[in-house]
Ligand binder design. Sequence first.
Ligand code: CMP
Length: 137
Amino acid sequence: MSQRTLVILKPDAVRRKLIGEIIGRIERKADWRVSALELRELSREVLEQHYAEHAGKPFYEPLMEFMASGPVVVLAVEGERVIEGLRTLAGPTDPIAAAPGSIRGDFGTIVRENLVHASDSEESAEREFKLFFPASA
Ligand code: CMP
């Protein structure tokens, strides 16, 4: 089942020069391919829409500040079962609970600074494409 997912390499990944490492892991998966890619800074407006479900939670404001603290890389990735697969490759939200071998398990320690975002469902992916790559949505 070919799908597309929206991936964000968060500001910590860019600052730590892990862009190549992370995209390399994605590209090595059979059949997956990067179909759009851009380094950009995310506006407060885009972040408010992207993280609407977290508004009001204790970690919301620090998360917004972190996500606006530097450029991110926004990627579209296409391929076989890529939505579930990218979440497996990333590992769980808390990098300390993430298994070694996953991106978060190999490189992260702090829950907020967990290196990558990946859409969690087909519905989220379509909503996120409209927000981040409106021309392709
Ligand atoms: P992600 O799952 O990509 O999207 C929501 C983000 O909020 C999550 O990654 C973390 O970056 C952050 N987050 C979630 N839970 C917490 C928490 N308990 N403390 C700090 N940040 C969090």
